[in-house]
Design a protein around this ligand. Structure first.
Ligand code: NAD
Length: 359
């Protein structure tokens, strides 16, 4: 399990009340003694209960090391003030509007949070970095967490890598691509020490029930139609959120300044964990047939719905750079990770009900 080098004592996590940011914050509280500043606007997808549960389990000093800063990154003054208060050695920038369907229905929020929000954070961090002592300037790092969706859509073969040209095709991926470019520009123009990761689809516990895997699990459990876009043959590369956190903390400690790292699923030997959406949905149905059988197989609930406009066909990541350079590889294959995730949703009905009430 990766953690951080001792030189890093104060970490600002943006989007720390979201799905992946929450997993990062929990890990930092569990595996290190760092002070964690969790900057989040606390929007519809936010939830601090996973962190509260972790803090209760850890007891002692953990609660005192987690500081919530309720700030919208679009507000430049509030962002600068939050960065001053956090006084970070490391910034892990995860805050973003993250759901492609919402970006199609209402793109403005994506441009605000993902582009203007990143600009505002970069400016605040630049001022902070400029004012640091020489020793702390050496340590400081701005880490931008991005997605493989910035690379567009693959055909039946080939993989995305660090050398793939950007070709975003949805308002979400275009806004993330813009934020990647801003981060790199602040490095080249102002010298800000940055590093970027582009990761494939994440899954795991505490994911807000608007993303594919929780939508399928919760629709099936409610015996409601399980929506499947179009022909169900769109392909995604799946990575468990805890393996993503491992990659992020390794990159934070050892990644090269100015570099990008592609992060995706797949076992020791490399490759990736590619699945069609239909395969993912059928796997979840098969797991539920075993652990919570009904009179009919859950797959009878699968119901085709109109495809998402501009739906990218295939994403698959070649993560050989981070594997070779930093020795990272995912510890959980998709079958095991998916089974654990289904169990987790079954074991947390109250949380699911509460989150469903917000969607
Ligand atoms: P999420 O939607 O679960 O969480 C995002 C969090 O960011 C929320 O708590 C939200 O309130 C916060 N936020 C959004 N706009 C903000 C703003 N203007 N100011 C402050 N806080 C704001 O998303 P996630 O799935 O945890 O994704 C986190 C990051 O990882 C995103 O940048 C996303 O692009 C990237 N990513 C996600 C995946 C995935 O499969 N989920 C894959 C690769 C990369």
């Amino acid at each position: 399990m990766s953690c951080l080098p001792d030189s890093i004592q104060r970490v600002l996590v943006t989007g720390g009340a979201g799905f992946i940011g929450g997993a990062v914050v929990r890990r930092l509280l569990r595996c290190s003694a760092v002070e964690v500043f969790n900057l989040d606007k606390l929007g519809y997808a936010s939830d601090l209960s996973s962190i509260q549960a972790e803090v209760e389990q850890l007891g002692g000093m953990a609660a005192g090391r987690h500081h919530v800063l309720q700030v919208d990154l679009v507000d430049q003054q509030a962002t600068a003030e939050a960065v001053r208060r956090a006084d970070p050695d490391l910034v892990l920038h995860l805050a973003a509007e993250s759901h492609v369907d919402r970006s199609i229905n209402a793109p403005g929020a994506f441009l605000d949070s993902n582009i203007i929000g990143t600009f505002s954070l970069l400016q605040a961090c630049r001022g902070h970095w400029d004012a640091l002592s020489a020793v702390r300037r050496e340590v400081f790092r701005f880490q931008h967490i991005s997605t493989d969706e910035v690379f567009g859509s693959l055909g039946a073969s080939g993989y995305f890598s660090e050398a793939t040209p950007y070709d975003p095709r949805s308002p979400y991926s275009a806004s993330k691509a813009a934020s990647d470019h801003l981060v790199k520009a602040w490095h080249h123009t102002f010298g800000l020490p940055v590093v970027t990761t582009n990761c494939s689809n994440n899954y795991g516990p505490w994911q807000f029930p608007e993303k594919l895997i929780p939508v399928v699990i919760l629709s099936a459990l409610a015996l409601k139609p399980i929506p499947l876009y179009g022909d169900g043959l769109n392909v995604r590369d799946w990575l468990h959120v805890e393996d993503h956190v491992d990659a992020l903390l390794l990159v934070a400690g050892q990644g090269k300044t100015g570099a990008s790292y592609c992060v995706g699923g797949g076992g020791e030997g490399g490759g990736c964990d590619e699945r069609t959406n239909r395969e993912v949905v059928e796997s979840i149905c098969a797991i539920l047939d075993q652990i919570r059988p009904q009179a009919e197989p859950y797959s009878h609930l699968i119901s085709r719905v109109n495809d998402r406009p501009g739906h990218d066909r295939r994403y698959a990541i070649d993560s050989s750079l981070i594997r070779k350079e930093l020795g990272w590889s995912p510890s959980l294959g998709f079958e095991n990770g998916l089974r654990q995730t289904v169990h987790w949703y079954l074991d947390h009905p109250d949380w699911c009900q509460q989150m469903l009430g917000r969607s």
